[in-house]
Write a protein of this length. Sequence first.
Length: 339
Amino acid sequence: MSTRLAWGPGVLLAAVGAALGWVVHAVAPVVPWLTASLVLGVVVGCIPPLRRLLDGVFRPGLAVASRRLLRIGIVVLGLQLSLLDIARLGWIAVIVIVVLVAVGFGVVYLLGRAFRLPGDEPVLLAAGFSICGVSAVGAMSAARRSDPEDGGAPVAMVTLFGTAAIAVLPALAVPLGLGQGRIYGDWVGASIHDVGQVVATAGSAGAAALAAAVVVKLTRVLMLAPMVAIASVATRRRMRAAGEDVRGPLPPVVPLFIIGFVVAVLIRTFAGGALPPVVWDIAGTVQSALLATALFGIGASLRLERLIRSGWRALVTGAIGWIVILGLALLVPLAVSLA
């Protein structure tokens, strides 16, 4: 059987799952498309009669969906980010956001180590919570050549707390004195993981909050490139120390899909005004479709029994890390106001 025929059934299944996720989102807009796709994948993976097919004929395609399509989705994500929008935040705000990402990453990583999460779960959880959710988990996993199973708990925690934020953050806005305008949007963009969850949380507060939230969020997304490059360099050193470079090529210092992401950012920055808005809207839809397909593939490949064994530790790590990041993110509206 040719390679394409081998992975075709699994990719088709993941695409159908992503389409069903979109239907769920259309019927219940409060449920993000990506979250719905992941949950549907997990549900499919829990059906005993289907497991033989998922681990058999569908497995090659699900692997392609959860890795290759995820990376392509990350590249297309770069088309949503313009350096000009980031520049308008002011240098104080940008520095604060960069520090927030670094501190958030460090806190969650240390918590994961303290709770003895297995394998690469601590670093993947830290990337997901501090940078851009599932996209960061996938990018960091690729750079570190992590065991696919290590991504299960981080993806689940990013989805759980990101979804909870859709209800929790609007409820906290008034008691914290943030209102429902730009200040609230800055906080949302600085604290929530996935772009889709940011849109869902800030969109209900109006256009000003949504615009502010997206710019701050995409500034965090830009940190994906240097963080993944650092992880890749660390992986190369680890493999050399272990002598693993003898058995195969080392991962690149900067993975190809991260280079593509940066190129996409530059295209949006310098060609953003030359093309009609519909082009960028289509790119956003394609990005969401690719990531939804990848998330269904990830969900269908998960095995809940493994998540249950370390789930409580990942849950506590995620909860504490989320609270810390919510608190630190309150500095971003202050920094923007000073800019």
